[in-house]
Structure formats: structure tokens, C-alpha cells
Design a protein around this ligand. Structure first.
Ligand code: IMP
Ligand code: MG
Length: 324
């Protein structure tokens, strides 16, 4: 994110009326159009890459919403950056300074008043950077994010909660044999504890997904599939944490092709504040705030998995050119 970023965000606000970006510049993964993404802001491009990575379909600025009129003439409108058709979700990315955020918030309020059925989510610079950092790119990727801020859940609290989850699953699946599928690698600790709290015949399996880049663009690939036959079996997908929900959505779609009798989701942690997809969670250990958490299997750059509690990692944001 260079200096040009803030400048063009400001320009964008001035140009909001008589909007400059037209339908022909629409980008759609769904239709595999040849695309020119050079018109996007760097952060928009990065988020678009991330959506590509997860195979989430999106359109770039597909629709403008008139906000104010002078007679027949539209005097103000708002064009959210991205639209996720499968989630019916608009995303507005903002990395601007506070005065402009206030402006944007005012427009969003008006949009929600005028178009109550339209779902728009405002992602702040911080959210975007964390999202990108998590996937190894963006300005926070190499950041020195080291210090433990506070313990959220002690080892005792976790043990107690995992026991409760195990009992609920045991009750819900009485008389059946289930398959637990864990998503590597953050889930190993939770999986090991959870399965011992379930009093049913069960088998376990693991999956892993990762990113690939090819000439046709980035995508997501299953690097380790669950080799077990799932056809007609009740499956519980076990996750360490559900954040945006994009990984989960991808995995559910993948598992559904294997014809299981049912797929439930059990996650230890739920970071609901950041959800961008509509995924159903059947068993949730704890809700966590919009912070980066580590321990009990969860990592930051591979570290902290061996903590027996769950703690918040304090992010130390690096200096970014555009902020100077
Ligand atoms: P999602 O696709 O955004 O829901 O991301 C889910 C995955 O991101 C999880 O399975 C974790 O591997 C990772 N993740 C998300 N938030 C955190 C966190 O706070 N700490 C550690 N890993 C996280
Ligand atoms: Mg994970």
C-alpha cells in the first residue's frame, strides 16, 4: 500500500457522483472473464486475490446505490467495492483516514435506511491487513507480532467446555457411529481432547488445504483429503477457529461431494465479528473477540501451538508508508 492509495481514496469521494467505473469493468470469477484488475486499489486487489484463493465468487463494483436526489437528478451515490453473489454480501474496503471513514459511515447509514435488504460490511484497514497477514501477504505479513496480551481462556476453562461439547455430541448422535474430520494443523489439540469426551463409536480423519498459484490465477487446493469413505455416514467437521468462514465454506462444499449422510460443524472458537459468509455452526466452544488468538493448537507463524491456554496476541503494526 503506497502513498497513492490515500490520495486515490480521497479522489474517489470527490468523484462519487457521476461514478467513473462502469459495468464493463466488472470482474467475475464465476464467468471466467478476462480481467484487468489494474483499476483496483492495492488493497482491493489483495482482497480480491484472497477471495480467488478461496474460490469465492465476487463482482467488482457491480452496483451503485443512489443516496440523494435533486428532483430527478442523483446528487449522491454509493458504490460498494465488492459483491459476493453467493453470500448476497457487499464489502466496502476502507483504509482511509478517520475523517473520511466518518463520511463513509454516514453514507452507509443512509444506504441501510434506504435499502434495508442490502447487506454491506465495512472492512477497516486493520481488518484487511490482519486478513492478509493471516494468509502470508500484505503489510502485516512480516510484522513482528510477538507479545501475549492477555489470557482469554485458561486450560481449566477449556477442559470444562470441551467436556460439555463432547456430551452434547454424544447425546445428539446416540446409537450412531460418527466420523470426526479435523482441519490441520490448528485443530490437533482440540481434536485429541474432544474425541476422548465423546462416548460413541467413532473414527477420525484429517484434511489440509493450501494455496496454489498457476497461470490461470490463484486458487485453493486440498493438499490432504480425508481418504475415508464418507458416503452415507454422519460427519462432524472439527475446526479450531472460524473467522471469516471462507475456509469452512470451501471445506463444506468439498465434503458435500462425497455424499455423507450429514455434515455438522464443531468449532472450538467462533470469531463472529469477522464473518463474511453465512455458515452454520452446530457446536461452538467459545466466542472470541476480534483479536488474533494463539495457544491450544492455534499458531502465529507456526509458534505458540503448545500453550495450554488461549491468549490474545498483541499486534504491533509496522509503519506503513501511506500513514506518514
Ligand atoms: P477463515 O477462513 O477466515 O474462517 O479462517 C479460518 C482459519 O484461519 C482458521 O482455521 C485458523 O487456521 C486461521 N485463523 C483465523 N483466526 C485466527 C486467530 O485468531 N489465530 C490463529 N489462527 C487464526
Ligand atoms: Mg484452520
Amino acid at each position: 500500500m503506497g502513498q497513492g492509495f490515500l490520495a486515490s481514496e480521497e479522489e474517489e469521494d470527490e468523484q462519487d457522483v457521476g461514478k467513473r467505473r462502469s459495468g464493463q469493468r466488472r470482474r467475475s470469477r464465476a464467468t471466467d472473464e478476462t480481467t484487468d484488475v489494474s483499476f483496483m486499489h492495492p488493497s482491493e486487489r489483495d482482497v480480491a486475490k484472497l477471495l480467488d484463493f478461496y474460490g469465492v465468487k465476487y463482482l467488482y463494483e457491480p452496483r451503485s446505490f443512489p443516496l440523494r436526489w435533486d428532483g430527478d437528478r442523483v446528487t449522491e451515490m454509493f458504490t460498494p467495492d465488492l459483491y459476493l453473489p453467493e453470500q448476497d454480501q457487499y464489502l466496502e474496503l476502507t483504509t482511509m483516514k478517520q475523517s473520511l471513514v466518518t463520511q463513509k459511515n454516514r453514507k452507509l447509514r443512509r444506504l441501510r435506511q434506504l435499502y434495508p435488504d442490502v447487506n454491506v460490511l465495512l472492512l477497516y484497514r486493520r481488518d484487511i491487513m490482519r486478513l492478509l497477514a493471516k494468509h502470508g501477504y500484505g503489510p502485516l505479513a512480516g510484522a513482528d507480532v510477538r507479545s501475549i496480551d492477555q489470557v482469554l481462556f485458561s486450560a481449566d476453562q477449556i477442559r470444562q467446555r470441551v467436556r460439555e461439547l463432547g456430551s452434547r455430541i454424544t447425546r445428539d448422535y446416540t446409537g450412531r457411529e460418527i466420523i470426526l474430520i479435523g482441519v490441520l494443523r490448528g485443530v490437533v489439540t482440540f481434536m485429541a481432547d474432544l474425541m476422548r469426551e465423546i462416548d460413541l463409536p467413532l473414527t477420525i480423519d484429517f484434511m489440509e488445504v493450501s494455496q496454489y498459484a498457476s497461470s490461470r490465477g490463484d486458487g485453493v487446493t486440498v493438499t490432504r483429503d480425508a481418504p475415508m469413505a464418507l458416503e452415507g455416514k454422519p460427519v462432524i467437521l472439527v475446526e479450531d477457529i472460524v473467522d471469516t468462514g471462507l475456509t469452512l465454506q470451501f471445506l463444506l462444499q468439498h465434503l458435500s461431494t462425497k455424499g455423507p449422510a450429514s455434515v455438522a460443524v464443531c468449532t472450538l472458537l467462533d470469531k463472529q465479528a469477522r464473518r463474511v459468509t453465512d455458515v452454520r455452526l452446530d457446536y461452538v466452544g467459545f466466542e472470541v473477540p476480534d483479536e488474533f488468538v494463539v495457544g491450544y493448537g492455534l499458531d502465529y507463524e507456526g509458534m505458540y501451538r503448545n500453550r495450554s491456554d488461549i491468549a490474545v496476541l498483541k499486534p504491533v503494526e509496522p509503519k506503513i508508508e501511506a500513514q506518514r
